[in-house]
Design a binder for this molecule. Sequence first.
Ligand SMILES: [Zn+2]
Length: 207
Amino acid sequence: MNNLISTTLLILFLTESINCDSFENENVTECLIEGDILCPRTKSVYKAGHWVLFNSILDKSRLWPNRIVNLYVDPIFDFYEQAVISEAIDIIESKSCVRFKRLESKPVSNDRVDWINLQRLSGCYADLGRVGGEQKMSLASSCLDNGPYKAVHELMHALGFWHEHTRPDRDDYIQVVFGNIRPGYEQNFYKQKFYQTDLLGLVYDYR
Ligand SMILES: [Zn+2]
């Protein structure tokens, strides 16, 4: 699992730069944290401009049981997009024990299944970890037109990973120049508190 984490933190760092550069979520009306993570719908507090999350990656109940992630991919994605999504899944599975179970149809409400509804909406975003029942993920066409890594990025959020550049010790490794951030996007670069995230005993990965 450590190899997965190391690799994916790198992926998160690299692909988040792409996300921020392209402003793909500029017109998304969803509530997003750090640019592409859906705001939690329970047990959260918005205080002093920061989302204070006590049940994010720290809450291990939001990991996927048995490392199996139920994923429904909307058939609206074309052949090329489906291939890119499959490649993203293969990348994660090749580096971890996580497995994605592709659902042929949407579960109905009384199935009591936790699942990701991957759709082509506006922008690229996902929930953090397993939410319970249906949870939304969006990959617009622009999220899939330059290889699989934006899809990997969003799938990693759904596994429970925050962005590497917001970890609480990031200033020991990188310098965030707020003067260079487009006005209105500063919150994408706020640091988390140590009590808000689990660093899994790993140092910052920016290789
Ligand atoms: Zn992200």
